[in-house]
Ligand binder design. Structure first.
Ligand code: AMP
Ligand code: GLY
Length: 424
């Protein structure tokens, strides 16, 4: 089977590695990919226009398209393939445009949760015309305040002001000042939940589902979860507090009603549901849905899946995921992300990366790297490399990550030294 994977990050590098291990694979293409994915398949740059993806899929007899990030799904790639006679036979791993609204519209997602009795923070949605009602609602809540732009805002659409005055100013900025463009034409305001977060991943064919290994990511740039939000500084899987009791609650109260809710709404969904959860005193609440795998969670979750992932993907097309057994590596996987100095604000690109050949007992997934004209591997993004290690204890796995990270160097490199500390 020939497969096309869309995306360019360390998440896609980890997915490409798992796909490359499948017995069903004859050829893997990654668009656009990165130097890390080129180890597992052939990088091609198709851009984001659907017709150019179509031409490539037809000319290369691709039978499966795995979508790494949300944008093509929110833009309706699944529907495009279903609507085109010549593409209908191709399995797109990812939901329909309607399903992708779970991530593409916070208002839709909240409404879906309420309709399906899924525990989530109390909320209301406001428009420019209802700004003053929005302020009244803010007054009824206690600080801090959670304001979410309804649409996709490159991961920056959630603001959490500490004071009522700041919350008013943010709300005005989002609704009237179009802070996030059309994405903030609607704003969800919700209750702040206090607890510890984790990421639950579900693979579904629309009827059956498999819960994949649970992970925790570290979003802030600074140690002790301080400073600006990033695309993710590291991850751990499994999560010690997500024990059997907690996961039973997650499955009964959240996963099952999510899948049946999609069915009731007549939504086609063959792909990943990423449920961002808050553990509030042992009770799970949904913070958000995403319609793809997480980054950097995938860098610990995927390497733990020992079964043939392509077989599981194939079963999505025939709605037979219930016939698939996923074998999971019981060990801890930990991931430490090396980033460029200055990230998530301004940072340098083009710095030479050295020492990869000295690493051992680890997986290295490329995020922002490229091979320059002289053939050197150089930095090419804020997040540069993800280093993943396995061990029976989280502490050991982390120690292995850090000893490998220390062997890799590039000018200005930075990483958090406290990944997993909060779980020990
Ligand atoms: P999101 O983009 O929806 O993942 O939100 C970004 C981050 O904001 C989440 O990972 C949480 O850390 C935080 N957050 C979102 N909603 C809430 C909430 N209701 N209570 C507390 N923190 C939240
Ligand atoms: N790690 C969070 C995300 O991928 O959105």
């Amino acid at each position: 089977m020939k497969i096309l994977l869309l995306g360019s990050g360390a998440r896609e590098n980890a997915i490409a590695r798992s796909i490359s291990q499948s017995k069903q694979l004859t050829k893997l293409f990654i668009s656009p990919g990165n130097p890390g994915t080129s180890i597992y398949g052939k990088n091609v740059d198709l851009g984001s226009e659907f017709p150019s993806i179509k031409t490539f899929v037809i000319e290369n007899d691709i039978q499966m398209v795995v979508v790494g990030n949300e944008q093509p799904l929110v833009d309706g790639l699944w529907n495009y393939f279903k609507d085109e006679e010549t593409l209908r036979h191709v399995l797109v791993v990812g939901p329909s445009r309607e399903g992708a609204r779970l991530e593409g519209s916070k208002d839709f997602a909240k409404d879906f949760m309420i309709n399906n009795n899924i525990p989530t923070a109390r909320y209301k949605t406001f428009f420019k015309e209802t700004l003053s009602e929005g302020k009244d609602f803010l007054r009824s809540l206690s600080p801090p305040y959670v304001l979410k732009a309804d649409g996709l805002a490159a991961g920056k659409g959630v603001v959490i002001p500490e004071t009522l005055e700041e919350a008013f100013a943010e709300l005005e900025d989002m609704l009237e000042g179009e802070k996030f463009g059309s994405a903030s034409a609607k704003v969800v305001i919700e209750e702040f939940l206090t607890g510890i977060e984790c990421s639950v991943f579900v693979l579904t064919d629309g009827v059956n589902y498999k819960i994949l290994p649970v992970a925790k990511d570290y979003k802030r740039i600074g140690e002790g979860d301080t400073g600006l939000n990033t695309g993710g500084m590291g991850s751990i899987s499994p999560v010690p507090f997500a024990d059997e009791d907690f996961m039973t609650k997650v499955e009964e109260r959240i996963v099952k009603p999510t899948i049946t809710g999609l069915q009731k709404a007549g939504i086609e969904y063959q792909g990943f549901v990423f449920i961002g959860l808050m553990n509030v005193g042992g009770e799970p609440y949904v913070i958000e849905y995403n319609v793809r795998m997480g980054d950097p969670e995938t860098e610990t979750v995927f390497p733990r899946i020992k079964s043939d992932i392509v077989e599981a993907f194939v079963s999505l097309g025939s709605r037979s995921l219930d016939k698939v057994t996923l074998e999971i590596d019981p060990r801890f996987a930990t991931c430490v992300m090396m980033v460029a100095g200055g990230y998530p604000e301004a940072y340098d690109k083009g710095n030479r990366i050295e020492g990869l050949e000295n690493t051992s007992d680890c997986l290295i997934f490329h995020a922002g790297t490229k091979v320059n004209d002289s053939g050197d591997l150089v930095t090419n993004g804020g997040r540069v490399l993800a280093v993943t290690c396995f061990s029976w204890s989280m502490e050991d796995a982390l120690q292995m990550c850090y000893s490998n990270v220390e062997k890799i160097s590039f000018q200005g490199s930075y990483y958090r030294r406290d990944i997993g500390k909060d779980l020990m």
